[in-house]
Design a protein around this ligand. Sequence first.
Ligand SMILES: Nc1ncnc2c1ncn2[C@@H]1O[C@H](COP(=O)(O)O)[C@@H](O)[C@H]1OP(=O)(O)O
Ligand SMILES: [Mg+2]
Ligand SMILES: [Mg+2]
Ligand SMILES: [Mg+2]
Length: 266
Amino acid sequence: MAASAPVLLRVLSAAYGAAERAGEIIRRIMSEGDLGIVEKNGALDLQTKADRLVQQSIVGYLARHFPALKVIGEEEVEAGGSPELLEGSLSDEILQQTCPEELSKAQENELIVWLDPLDGTKEYTEGLLDHVTVLIGLAYQGKAVAGVINQPFYNYKAGKGAQLGRTVWGVLGIGGFGFHPAAIPGGKCIVVTTRSHSNKLVNDCVDAMMPDKVVRVGGAGNKVLQLIEGQASAYVFASPGTKKWDTCAPEAILHAFGAACVEIVF
Ligand SMILES: Nc1ncnc2c1ncn2[C@@H]1O[C@H](COP(=O)(O)O)[C@@H](O)[C@H]1OP(=O)(O)O
Ligand SMILES: [Mg+2]
Ligand SMILES: [Mg+2]
Ligand SMILES: [Mg+2]
């Protein structure tokens, strides 16, 4: 690994490659057909074999290359997995960027990685495959500063033979990459919100925005992709449920792209 690049870019470059390989694991487990579903906290909070294996593999991989890095993942799983599945996949594009001065000072032990090995688990179990993402966010001094989103089943509706999956990344002060930026046509208010974790408050808040249209899809990563690609103007979810592993990578990419992210704590 190029030792000369700032550690933030080296970690992000490794995260990019790891997220791509994680996407392959997620596709493989789906194609094998046995998802190994476990209810963590009722039927709305699930874990699959893919959540477990990807978390174990990425945690092990990052620990091997960046021993001082703190990685916080969603799943409570034993060490193990197959970190070797992720080896040898760095992003040169990221390593070659010029890092903003304040971020280039970050030391390995000052970065926190927030890892969601599979975002949109409920949708994964229901076959809504393009809602699924892998989220690897980097926080520095309490702020989401960089992130990677892999969408393993991007393009799957294009049919057999289509190239599946994509990886989107961003760093504050550098920008957001790997997607098709677009604006909402005609200044419409299109709200994107949960499809599987609704309640009265969530719906009342969406209604209060008097949207022209409401898009209900799963996953925090997927919804932020909808924002940056002009499918929606606001992501509204007035409820507990999303955690820092859901928001760190998407928030960093959204900010890197130049959009705003607001959290209202009740
Ligand atoms: N009540 C909840 N319990 C567990 N996870 C939740 C809950 N609400 C939201 N999440 C997490 O936030 C993501 C976005 O929410 P939603 O899809 O409802 O809009 C979900 O995919 C899920 O992440 P994960 O799939 O990684 O467990
Ligand atoms: Mg979960
Ligand atoms: Mg999640
Ligand atoms: Mg998850």
